[in-house]
Design a protein around this ligand. Structure first.
Ligand code: SF4
Length: 324
């Protein structure tokens, strides 16, 4: 397999800006830059984690990729096919290859539908199979995610949070997608249940060669499942690299602060806790220069005026910081 065909998803200079009703002192409408020019690619069968504080744009990125929301500009291609410019008919076809799992398994499942109807819904929407064949395929999916066959006729409220997320995963896998965008899939679950659902996701990936974009603010979950990790701040990627390298030797001060907050299982390993100054700036009032400069303990004069370039610092480890 050549290098090009190894890439499943390519995202280039993706932006999602919202024009707000509030006006600036100059009378212009304020603009919320939820996602502000990010680029990355995903190889087949890999998991790329996307982390950052609430409001950093990671969920908006995931929703733009599956076209649940329309990007303002930029390119997204799946297996070389343009996703942003695809016609409604074509996007319907492309969506079979890209599915999304949501954070809250309860609100993302229709409480009036049985599990059989929920998992079988993608078959109905795309007119793929019906009757006995649909039931067999749905039961096979229910088996794959570790639920019992009698789940078919039961309703979401009869299940625990972890079981409901398994239903969401079964529905996402119904059409054999290549890419699954996982939007905080375990954040609403107890820690012990999180591990079970993550292990299931890893197992399904091995079985089917799935590619995951795993969005989470939970760094432990991201570390557990991701081969590479991207860190977002105020709508921009500030660092991206192999998981081990990024967790052990972060190159961006924001990543360093995030990593320092992870509890250490070994009390002999002491890592200085880096406390961030101030709050994250609004995405509709981004600062000049480096977007992180108001909170950075290493900031220099240049940081306030000049935005650092996004550069490969070796071995596919990217960062945007004047220190590097
Ligand atoms: Fe800190 Fe400057 Fe690097 Fe921004 S560019 S993260 S302010 S050192």
């Amino acid at each position: 397999m050549n290098q090009e065909s190894d890439v499943l998803l390519e995202v280039r200079d993706l932006k999602k800006h919202y024009v707000l009703s509030k006006r600036t002192v100059f009378g212009r409408r304020e603009v919320l830059r939820a996602v502000d020019g990010i680029s990355f690619s995903l190889r087949r069968g890999e998991t790329l984690g996307l982390v950052g504080e609430s409001g950093c744009g990671k969920t908006t990125t995931g929703k733009c990729i599956v076209r649940l929301i329309e990007p303002t500009s930029g390119q997204i291609s799946l297996e070389g096919e343009d996703v942003v410019g695809a016609s409604p008919d074509r996007i319907r076809e492309i969506r079979k290859q890209m599915q999304i799992i949501f954070q809250d398994p309860y609100s993302s499942l229709n409480p009036r539908m049985t599990v059989g109807q929920i998992v079988g819904e993608p078959f109905a929407i795309h007119g793929i199979c019906a009757g006995k064949e649909r039931r067999q395929r749905v039961e096979a999916l229910i088996d794959r995610v570790g639920l019992t066959r009698d789940s078919y006729t039961r309703f979401p409220h009869e299940f625990s949070g972890g079981q409901r997320q398994r239903v969401g995963i079964a529905r996402a896998l119904a059409l054999n997608p290549k890419l699954v965008v996982c939007d905080e899939p375990v954040s609403a679950l107890d820690v012990s249940i999180q591990a079970q659902v993550l292990n299931l996701m890893v197992q399904l990936q091995k079985e089917s060669g799935l590619t995951y974009l795993f969005i989470s603010h939970g760094l432990s979950a991201v570390k557990h499942i991701s081969r590479r990790v991207g860190v977002m701040y105020l709508g921009k990627l500030v660092e991206l690299g192999e998981t081990e390298a990024l967790f052990s030797s972060p190159l961006h001060p924001y990543t360093e602060a995030l990593m320092s907050a992870i509890p250490r299982p070994d009390p002999d390993i002491v890592r200085e806790r880096v406390l961030l100054e101030g709050d994250a700036t609004d995405s509709n009032h981004p600062p000049s220069g480096c977007p992180f400069h108001a909170r950075c303990r290493y900031r220099m004069a240049v940081c306030e005026n000049e935005e650092p370039a996004w550069r490969d610092l070796g071995g596919g480890h990217f960062a945007a910081c004047h220190l590097r």
